[in-house]
Design a protein around this ligand. Sequence first.
Ligand SMILES: *[C@@H]1O[C@H](CO)[C@@H](O)[C@H](O)[C@H]1NC(C)=O
Length: 270
Amino acid sequence: MTNNNIILIGFLSFVVVLASAGNLNQDFQITWGDGRAKILDGGRLLTLSLDKYSGSGFRSANQYLFAKIDMQLKLVPGNSAGTVTTYYLSSEGSAHDEIDYEFLGNLSGDPYILHTNIFTQGKGNKEQQFYLWFDPTKDFHTYSILWNPQTIIFSVDGTPIREFKNMESKGVPFPKSQAMKIYGSLWDAEDWATRGGLVKTDWTHAPFTASFRSFNAKTGGGGGDQSWLKESLDSTGQARIKWVQKNYMIYNYCADAKRFPQGFPPECSL
Ligand SMILES: *[C@@H]1O[C@H](CO)[C@@H](O)[C@H](O)[C@H]1NC(C)=O
């Protein structure tokens, strides 16, 4: 082989590595929506759309047992009342585990609600909801989930908004043995999404579109930086989460006494 060929092969494998870094075509499969979900721009952009007849969705090609995932989302702009954009991790079966982000749309100029929940062995009921400190329809923002054996942390643009620690030693189940895939969808939930179902979807604005890009996953095994497996909130993170919860949290199941007349779930007092 000549030196030129070796240089050419080196260059080509470099190009292949670049092309596979963050190619949504490789990381995700469109699962429903009959053409309403699209991977565009050479695998750099994924769009979901919703009209009167159907929404659409995707799922990851891989499954993960613990991961640190980042995704950038730009939500349905304008009058998005009734629409729900989801982005979550889930295992399968009736005793499934799940870590959820759901974005509940609103009338133009009124705030989205960022809804979060965690399911362990089929049981959810751990909702927390937030307003955001920016307009999530103007630009892409990064929504992350850190899931390791010690903790689950939701972060928005690097600011932690919620933590669910592993409290198994105190009898609180924690997701740690079922692998999960990543899912995303855009669908109509006008019965409850906006002001509890008071504001219905205005189909004259359809189709509605939400966009996803810049997916990144750190996973166990296979070398690379594994520090995320031990990551927890440092004191800056704890201060940030307090700031978010004080200023932007609008619902916390642990503060909803009406819902738990027999007493709050055990994790609420830990
Ligand atoms: C929509 O706007 C109303 C009025 O500001 C607000 O009460 C509500 O929380 C907002 N979000 C949703 C999803 O309903």
